[in-house]
Design a protein around this ligand. Structure first.
Ligand code: MN
Length: 696
C-alpha cells in the first residue's frame, strides 16, 4: 500500500511546485470519509484512491488531478458532499471530482445499453476536461489489478467484459497504450481463462527451449550490433501480451506455431536521424519481412503516435518486430495525451497537436442512439476499428475491413444508395477496397445509381448490408410483378373473347388472391399455371377450340445485374445462353448485353463494362446465321426441315445475295442455348445443299 509520504515524494520528483498542503488535506479527508470501509482484498478502502493517485503520478500529472484521484470515491461512497469538496479544494477539483463521480454511477448499471447512454452523456459533460477521463481510467486499472479479490465470478466477468468493451478502447483512443495493454491482459485472463492459460504456457515453453532467456539474448545482440555501427540505443525486448497474441491468432486464423512474431523489440535512440540510421543498419544485417515496414515518423498516427516499425527474420530464424523511436516519441507512445498534459500547458496546446480530441467529441455528439455509441466504443474481441475521414475532415469510425461502400452508408443512407465510385486519398479505387486507418474517402455519386447486389459480397457493416438487402428485395418484387404482368397479357390475348375488369376481380376471388399485384406475382412465380388463370378469368375458355397456342417465352436471367435494371440483348451479336457475355452501361440507359467477341464492344470504351453471366435457368435466344445454300429446287425446304427437326423456330429470314449457283441467307432462329445452336450448325453443314453455315 502506498504511504502518504511516498506519494508526496513521487509528485515532488516531477513537480516541485505542487500544492503539497492540498494533497495532504485530500489524503486526510479521504481517509476520514472512507473510515472503516474495506476493499474486497481486506485492505482499508482509502488505500484504493491513494493507489489510483499513485498510478497518475507515473504519468506526471498535475496536483489537481492527483487530488481528484484521492477524492474520487468520496461523493459516491461516503457522506461527503460536493459543497464540502468545493469549500476545501476549490472549484476546479470539485468539478473534476463531480465528473468522475458521474462516470462511477454508470458502473453500477450493468445493462450495457444504459451504460453506453450514460457514458455518452458523461463523456460529453467531461469533454471540457480530459483529466476526468484519466482519473477514471486509472481507477479502472487499479480495480482490474485487484479484481481477483472479488469472490463472485459473475461480477468479475462483468467488470472484465466492461473493461474490454469500454475502458481499454478509451485508453487506446487517447494513446495510452500502457493502460490499454494492462487492462486487456487482466480482463482477458478473466474472460477467457483457458485461452489465457494455454497461451501463457506456450510462451513459457518457447523461452525454455532457448536455454537462457531468449528475449534477453536477442536484445543483447541487437544492442551490440548497433553499437558496433556507432549508434547508441536503449534496446528493450518484450514478449507480446497473451491477449494481443490471442487476438492475432483469432484474426488471422493461425495457430501458435504459425504465429511467428511473439516477440517485440524497441530501440530508443537520441534523435530522428538516428531512427532512420538504426533502421538501415538493422535491415542490412537481417532480412526484413516485406509489407511490415511502417513509417509513423513521417506520417504519425491520428492519435499522435510516432515510431518506425519493421519486422525482420532474426538469426534464431524467428520473426521479430522492432520499433525504433526517440525518447520523446517513447514517452508519448507510453502515456499518450497524459505525456502532453504533463509537458505542455493546458488543453489548448494538447488540442492543437491532437485534432482527434475534437473528433472524439464529435463522435459523441453525433452518435444517434445508445446502441450506436456502444458500437463506437465497443471493441469486439476479434476485430479492431479504423477511422476514415470525409473530404471535410469529419471522422467516420468503421470496423476493420470496411470498404468505401460501408463508409458511404455510415455517412448517410442516400450517399450509400447513390455510390458509383470512390476516391481514397485522392485516387480512384475499387469499391471493394478495404479502408485503412486515416484514409480520406470521397464518395462519387450518381442520382441514377441504385444499391448493387454485388456489394453484399464485400460490405462489412450491418447498416450497409441491411440497406442493400432491402433495396434488392423491393426491386425483385417489382420485377416479378412486371414479369407476371407480361405473361398475364399474353394469357389474356389467348382468351376467345375480350375481358372486362369485373372478370379480374372475379378471378382474384376464385384464385383466392387479394389484389392484382398478388396475381401477377403468383403468375410469375408459377404458383398458378396458364390454364388456371384462363379458367379463373373466363370459365370454360381453356378447353375451347381455337385458343391460340402459348407463344414461346424466353426465360432469360443474367447474373451480375441489379434485379429490375433494364437490359437488352444486343442486336449486333445476338447473345444466347452459353455465350460469354459482357454488359455495357451508359448513363441514363439500360444495360446492353453483348457477346465477348462482339465487334461493337470497341465502341463501348466510354461505357461502364459490367461483368455478366447467364442465370442457371436461362433458356432461349435468337441467333443470326449466315447460310450459303445451293441454288436448286427444294434447298430451302431441306434447311427448314433440319431446323424443324431440331426444334428451332425461324423468326426472320433475309436473302443477302444470289448468284448463279449459290444463295446467301441470313436466318434468325430461336434456340435454347449455345449447345443447341452448335448441334443445328453441324446438322446444316452435314447436308449437301449447304455450302457454308456460320453464326454471325
Ligand atoms: Mn474507485
Amino acid at each position: 500500500m502506498l504511504r502518504q509520504y511516498e506519494l508526496l515524494e513521487k509528485i515532488r520528483a516531477y513537480d516541485p511546485d505542487a500544492d503539497e498542503a492540498m494533497i495532504n488535506r485530500a489524503y486526510v479527508f479521504s481517509m476520514k470519509a472512507h473510515g472503516s470501509q474495506k476493499r474486497a482484498s481486506g485492505d482499508p478502502y482509502y488505500s484504493h484512491p491513494i493507489e489510483v493517485a499513485g498510478i497518475l503520478t507515473d504519468l506526471h500529472l498535475d496536483d489537481e488531478t492527483i487530488v481528484t484521484a484521492i477524492l474520487h470515491d468520496t461523493i459516491e461512497d461516503t457522506v461527503a458532499t460536493p459543497e464540502e469538496v468545493e469549500r476545501l479544494f476549490g472549484p476546479n477539483v470539485a468539478r473534476l471530482v463531480d465528473g468522475v463521480t458521474k462516470l462511477s454511477k454508470i458502473e453500477a448499471q450493468s445493462e450495457s445499453q444504459r451504460a453506453a447512454e450514460n457514458l455518452r452523456k458523461f463523456l460529453l459533460a467531461m469533454s471540457g476536461d480530459i483529466r476526468v477521463l484519466l482519473v477514471k481510467l486509472a481507477d479502472r486499472l487499479h480495480n482490474m489489478r485487484t479484481l481477483h479479490f472479488i469472490g463472485s465470478e459473475e461480477k468479475r466477468r462483468r467488470i472484465a467484459r466492461e473493461t474490454m468493451d469500454i475502458y481499454a478502447p478509451l485508453a487506446e483512443r487517447i494513446g495510452m497504450y500502457e493502460f490499454m495493454t494492462e487492462m486487456q491482459t487482466l480482463a482477458f485472463r478473466e474472460v477467457e481463462p483457458d485461452a489465457y492459460a494455454s497461451i501463457s504456457k506456450r510462451l513459457e515453453q518457447l523461452h525454455k527451449g532457448g536455454g537462457d532467456d531468449l528475449i534477453e539474448r536477442i536484445g543483447r545482440g541487437l544492442t551490440a550490433h548497433l553499437e558496433a555501427s556507432g549508434i547508441e540505443a536503449e534496446v528493450q525486448g518484450r514478449q507480446k501480451h497473451p491477449f494481443s497474441i490471442w487476438r492475432k491468432m483469432a484474426e488471422r486464423h493461425v495457430s501458435f506455431e504459425q504465429l511467428s512474431d511473439v516477440m517485440a523489440f524497441r530501440a530508443v535512440v537520441d534523435n530522428v536521424e538516428d531512427c532512420y540510421r538504426t533502421l538501415g543498419i538493422i535491415h542490412q544485417r537481417w532480412p526484413m519481412v516485406p509489407g511490415r515496414f511502417k513509417d509513423f515518423i513521417s506520417t504519425p498516427k491520428r492519435n499522435g503516435y510516432r515510431s518506425l516499425h519493421t519486422t525482420i527474420i532474426h538469426d534464431e530464424n524467428m520473426r521479430i518486430e522492432i520499433q525504433i523511436r526517440t525518447k520523446g516519441m517513447h514517452a508519448q507512445a507510453e502515456h499518450g495525451l497524459a505525456a502532453h498534459w504533463a509537458y505542455k500547458e493546458g488543453r489548448e496546446a494538447a488540442e492543437a497537436e491532437h485534432p482527434w480530441i475534437n473528433d472524439l467529441i464529435e463522435i459523441l455528439e453525433h452518435a444517434g442512439s445508445p446502441e450506436e455509441l456502444l458500437e463506437h466504443t465497443r471493441m469486439a474481441m476479434y476485430q479492431d476499428r479504423i477511422f476514415a475521414f470525409t473530404p471535410k475532415g469529419e471522422l467516420i469510425q468503421l470496423p476493420k475491413g470496411a470498404t468505401p461502400v460501408d463508409f458511404a452508408y455510415a455517412v448517410h443512407t442516400d450517399l450509400g444508395d447513390q455510390t458509383v465510385g470512390a476516391k481514397v486519398n485522392g485516387r480512384v479505387m475499387p469499391l471493394r477496397t478495404p479502408l485503412d486507418n486515416g484514409d480520406q474517402v470521397e464518395i462519387l455519386v450518381s442520382k441514377a445509381q441504385h444499391p448493387q447486389p454485388a456489394w453484399l459480397s464485400f460490405v462489412v457493416t450491418g447498416k450497409a448490408r441491411a440497406k442493400i438487402r432491402r433495396f434488392v428485395k423491393s426491386k425483385e418484387r417489382e420485377e416479378t410483378v412486371a414479369l407476371g404482368k407480361k405473361i398475364f397479357d399474353e394469357i389474356v390475348e389467348r382468351l376467345p373473347a375480350p375481358l372486362g375488369w369485373e372478370a379480374i376481380a372475379e378471378a382474384l376471388k376464385r384464385l383466392n388472391l387479394h389484389d392484382d399485384e398478388a396475381l401477377m406475382e403468383a403468375i410469375a412465380l408459377k404458383r398458378v399455371d396458364d390454364v388456371a388463370v384462363m379458367e379463373a378469368l373466363m370459365p370454360g375458355s381453356a378447353l375451347k377450340k381455337g385458343v391460340k397456342p402459348p407463344p414461346q417465352r424466353q426465360a432469360i436471367s443474367i447474373k451480375g445485374l441489379t434485379p429490375g435494371v433494364a437490359f437488352q440483348l444486343a442486336t449486333c451479336c445476338h447473345p444466347i445462353p452459353g455465350d460469354r457475355i459482357v454488359g455495357l452501361r451508359r448513363e441514363g440507359e439500360g444495360i446492353e448485353v453483348h457477346t465477348i467477341g462482339c465487334d461493337q464492344l470497341a465502341d463501348g470504351i466510354d461505357a461502364d463494362w459490367v461483368d455478366l453471366a447467364w442465370g442457371d435457368e436461362s433458356d432461349g435466344g435468337a441467333a443470326r446465321l449466315c447460310v450459303v445454300i445451293k441454288n436448286e429446287p427444294g434447298s430451302l425446304a431441306v434447311i427448314a426441315g433440319i431446323l424443324g427437326s431440331h426444334g428451332a423456330n425461324i423468326v426472320g429470314m433475309e436473302q443477302v445475295s444470289r448468284d448463279g449457283s449459290f444463295h446467301t441467307f441470313n436466318l434468325d432462329i430461336e434456340v435454347h442455348d449455345l449447345q443447341h445452336l452448335m448441334r443445328i450448325l453441324a446438322a446444316l453443314r452435314a447436308t449437301d445443299v449447304v455450302s457454308t453455315a456460320e453464326r454471325l
